[in-house]
Write a protein that binds this ligand. Structure first.
Ligand SMILES: [Zn+2]
Length: 104
């Protein structure tokens, strides 16, 4: 009787122990992955740049990406010839690289 209760308790303890380890490993793994992703993003802040130019190629504009920007979108009027300014390129640059390159 005593022995049976003991072995039952032992089994329960073992099950609880193993599931605790499993949960811990799962949480640790997920946490590690999320932390890694976050730190990678923090290490390399990105900036999206939009390049738009006049259809007559006499004016070019580089600015930060705004929501709704797409290639081919008319982005206003050229201050020189009053023609349409069309978005040509949209690209992402790491902020850190851009900062070090910006030596005028
Ligand atoms: Zn123009």
């Amino acid at each position: 009787m005593y022995l049976q209760i003991d072995s039952n308790i032992l089994t329960i303890i073992l099950i609880v122990f193993f599931s605790a380890i499993l949960i811990y490993l799962l949480r640790f793994g997920l946490g590690y992955m999320m932390k890694r992703n976050r730190s990678e993003l923090q290490d390399q802040p990105l900036k999206t740049i939009t390049i738009a130019s006049c259809i007559n190629n006499d004016y070019m504009l580089e600015r930060e990406f705004r929501e709704g920007d797409f290639i081919g979108k008319i982005d206003g009027l050229c201050p020189k010839c009053n023609s349409n300014i069309v978005i040509e390129k949209i690209y992402v640059v790491p902020l850190t690289v851009k900062e070090t390159k910006e030596k005028r």
